[in-house]
Design a protein around this ligand. Sequence first.
Ligand code: AP5
Ligand code: ZN
Length: 218
Amino acid sequence: MKTRALIFLGAPGAGKGTQAREVAKEYHIPQISTGDILRDSVKKGTPLGLAAKVKMEAGQLVPDEVVCGIVEERISEPDCCQGFILDGFPRTLPQAEFVDRMLEAKGRGSPRVINIQVDQDVLMKRLTGRRTCAVCGEIYNVYFGPPKQEGVCDKDGGKLLQRADDNEDTIRQRLVAYENQTRPLIDYYRRKNLLHDVDGNRDPEPIAQELCQHLKAA
Ligand code: AP5
Ligand code: ZN
C-alpha cells in the first residue's frame, strides 16, 4: 500500500473501530478516531469535552469546525507522515470537503475510502453489546465476541466499560444522524471513484483479511 490517508466509513456499529485497529497494526500507521479523541476530552473535562458531551449524549454530531480542528492538529503529528486511518471522520459533506483541501495542501494524494456495509437490524445489537477495555481499548461484544471472563479484558485484565452513548435511545438518534448526514458521503466518494465497499455482515477476521488484501493490491 502506498502511504496515504485511509477513511473508514460506515454506520454506528458497522465495525469501523474493530477493523481500523487491525489495519493500523498491519501497516504501522495510526488510527485516528474522532469519537475516541472526543471521549478523551469528555473524560478530562476540557472545555471542548464539556461542549461535545451534550451532543454525544444526544446522539448528535459535534460541530464540523470542532472535529475538523481536532483532525488537522492530529495529522500534523510526526507519526502520521507514513499515512493514517481516519475512523469516523469525515461524517458530513463539509468535513469531506475539508479533508480534500487539507490533503491537497499537505501534498498527499486522494484518500482511499473503505465503506463497511452492515444490515440495519444487527447494528442495535452490536452497539448495546459492545464493551471496551479501559486499559488497551480492545473491543468486545457480549453477543458476538465475549471476553473469556465477563467484564474483564483477555489481554491485560483491564475492566470492560460500556459507552455512555450505547443505550437504545441514543443509538436510535445516532442512526438517524448517520442516515441524514453521513450516508450522502458514500455517493460523494463513489462519484470520485475512491470508494471500496466491504461486506461487514461477517465475522471480523475474514473482513480484516479481505481489507488487508485489498490494500496490498492497491
Ligand atoms: P464514534 O465513536 O465514532 O461512534 P460511531 O460512529 O457511532 O461508531 P461506533 O464507534 O459506535 O461503531 P464502529 O463502527 O467503530 O463499531 P465497532 O468496531 O466499535 O462517535 C461517537 C460520537 O462522537 C458521535 O455520535 C458524535 O457525537 C461524535 N463524533 C465522532 N466523530 C464525529 C465527526 N466526525 N463529526 C461529528 N461528530 C463526531 O463495533 C461495534 C460492536 O460490534 C463491538 O462490540 C464489536 O466487537 C462488534 N463487532 C464489530 N465487528 C463485528 C463483526 N464483524 N461481527 C460481529 N460483531 C462485530
Ligand atoms: Zn485490555
